[in-house]
Design a protein. Structure first.
Length: 263
């Protein structure tokens, strides 16, 4: 999808965006961060048996990488598990042995027309499932990226240990339908699109990426986001920020910008 951005002056600096013959404006000075911050404590969201991230001060000979401990600068090593610690973005390499299936190779553009919708999982036989019909009824545009906020939107999502809790998940049909509608980027506030214990089938992952027969190599899934209540269901410009690490999943920072329809 191509965008046409133009700097204009009103009472503040704004930009214009064109998507499917509609024009929108947005303020680049008003970002909405929907990522979770990893902390040097046990107050982090974790899943799939990942430990909390570890922050270590580097020490060597007479050097100590801590100003608080008398060093000249702060110098730390951080150990984390991208899939299990906080907000992360993954490509089809998550379910593939292809050594080239990494985030830097699959994600080469970072601005997307996105839509945020809120859904309440359906309780069935001890599971909480989100179905395609719930999503289809709420989508009002043709987004490149779809952002799912589950309700209730509890603050405990920011620090919850999801291990062995059978958190809500998506019905496998959602992956197929989003692929059919060319939604290239799916973001949600859950640890996975699939059920925690599903015998390794990962059907929604497979369907979304159309793996292995018609792989959507530029598609991504971003999990463990958090969308505050003050951000309303609507269309947004998404800036999906990721570090340059050759691996299938990386910590990420999705940023939204509110869009105003220019009639």
């Amino acid at each position: 999808m191509k965008y046409f951005l133009k700097k204009i002056q009103i009472t503040m600096q704004l930009f214009e965006l064109q998507h499917q013959n509609k024009k929108y404006s947005f303020n680049p000075n008003l970002p909405l961060d929907i990522s979770l911050i990893l902390q040097n404590n046990d107050q982090n969201p974790t899943c799939y048996y990942a430990e909390n991230p570890v922050f270590e001060t580097i020490k060597a000979d007479n050097f100590v990488g801590s100003v608080a401990q008398g060093g000249s600068c702060n110098y730390q090593k951080i150990t984390l598990t991208p899939h299990g610690n906080g907000t992360h973005t993954e490509c089809y390499g998550h379910i593939s042995a292809d050594k080239n299936a990494t985030i830097p190779n699959c994600l080469d553009t970072f601005l997307f027309f996105a839509e945020l919708i809120s859904v309440i999982p359906t309780k069935i036989n001890g599971d909480e499932i989100i179905f395609w019909e719930q999503i289809e009824s709420k989508i009002t545009s043709s987004p490149e990226a779809l952002i799912l906020r589950t309700l209730p939107n509890l603050s405990e999502k920011k620090t919850k240990n999801y291990n062995q809790t059978n958190p809500p998940f998506l019905d496998e049909k959602i992956g197929t339908k989003l692929a059919e509608k060319n939604v290239a980027h799916l973001l949600l506030d859950l640890p996975s699109v699939d059920k925690e214990q599903d015998e390794g089938k990962l059907l929604c992952h497979h369907n979304f990426w159309q793996y292995p027969n018609n792989i959507r190599k530029n598609a991504t899934i971003t999990e463990l986001i958090f969308v505050p209540d003050f951000i309303t269901d609507d269309v947004y410009l998404l800036n999906l920020q990721v570090p340059s690490i050759q691996i299938d999943a990386v910590p990420s920072k999705p940023i939204l910008y509110a869009l105003k329809n220019m009639l």
